[in-house]
Design a protein around this ligand. Structure first.
Ligand SMILES: Nc1ncnc2c1ncn2[C@@H]1O[C@H](COP(=O)(O)OP(=O)(O)OP(=O)(O)O)[C@@H](O)[C@H]1O
Ligand SMILES: [Mg+2]
Length: 273
């Protein structure tokens, strides 16, 4: 059975009736990573937020979204809140926005685990510390005592990944989790996502502009343009034999970029031989 099934998802702005996502359908098997790519404004984040039922007021959606066969749209708000974090865990672009700036990181993490599990404070602390060490945060106690603004973007993303490790959700939704990071930190954080997947075998949706990252992490790719899925398939096939002109454009512009990068770094530009 699929862990997540999205069927005929439509998202629209209530006031104007403007369609923002049109008739989007896709599914995720256990352990699968699906990348969503596409230009800015194509509906990637609205797709993620609809799954989480976190769309803002004024944004509506319809369609069937099922987690392990259970239709999420018929859950009460209270039941849905219990699923968020524990079963569907979202990691956003800007780690800072996930946390209340006036409280130390440890307070957030303790509270989140307290909502979902009956563990004692000491148990929560031990699990968090082990997860932090696993994602390369070497001094868990020091990290937990810091305020969000005292940590770098890369550390905040590692904190979120550590939390996901402890929560063991069925589905992890990462919406451009590395876009705000410099290239080296982004690389390290992507590697942490790869390990997170290996450890948990959770299904994962990974939204990214960076096709190099997508190639590293995704099994399947879904390409969106103007609110619609224009292509979906195995990552290998999308990179080697995209059918839709827009996908070919995305892949070729990425290749031009990496050729340019190689050339800048002293390699030979393929076009120049
Ligand atoms: N709260 C909102 N109210 C009205 N329109 C919205 C709202 N949120 C998003 N939209 C519109 O919906 C479309 C899709 O937005 P979305 O945030 O899903 O794009 P995206 O693919 O995630 O883009 P990006 O790569 O820039 O993050 C855009 O045209 C955007 O202007
Ligand atoms: Mg977005």
């Amino acid at each position: 059975m699929n862990v997540l099934e999205v069927e005929h998802l439509n998202v629209w702005e209530e006031r104007s009736g403007r369609n923002l996502v049109r008739d989007s359908s896709f599914r995720l098997a256990q352990g699968e990573c699906l990348a969503i790519v596409g230009e800015s404004g194509s509906g990637k984040s609205l797709t993620c937020k609809s799954i989480m039922r976190l769309n803002r007021n004024g944004i509506r959606h319809s369609g069937r979204i099922a987690l392990n066969g259970e239709d999420l749209s018929i859950l009460s708000d209270k039941a849905m809140r219990r699923y968020r974090g524990r079963r569907l865990c979202m990691i956003m672009q800007n780690g800072m926005s996930a946390f209340d700036p006036s409280r130390p990181i440890g307070a957030h993490l303790q509270e989140t685990l307290g909502i979902h599990y009956d563990w004692s404070r000491a148990e929560r602390e031990a699990k968090l510390a082990a997860a932090m060490i696993a994602v390369g945060l070497r001094e868990p106690a020091a990290v937990m005592s810091r305020y969000p603004f005292e940590l770098s973007g890369g550390m905040l993303q590692r904190v979120m990944i550590a939390l996901a490790l402890v929560l063991e959700p069925d589905v992890i939704i990462a919406d451009e989790p590395t876009t705000a990071l410099d290239a080296v930190t982004a690389y390290e954080v992507v590697e942490q996502f790869v390990r997170l997947r290996e450890r948990l075998r959770s299904a994962m949706i990974f939204v990214s502009h960076d096709l190099g990252v997508v190639r590293r992490i995704a099994d399947n790719v879904l390409v969106m343009k103007d609110g619609e899925i224009v292509e979906q398939g195995a990552a290998r096939e999308i990179f080697s034999g995209a059918r839709h002109p827009y996908t070919r454009y995305l892949v070729s512009s990425k290749e031009t970029l990496s050729r340019h990068y190689k050339w800048l770094m002293g390699g030979v530009d393929v076009a120049q031989g």
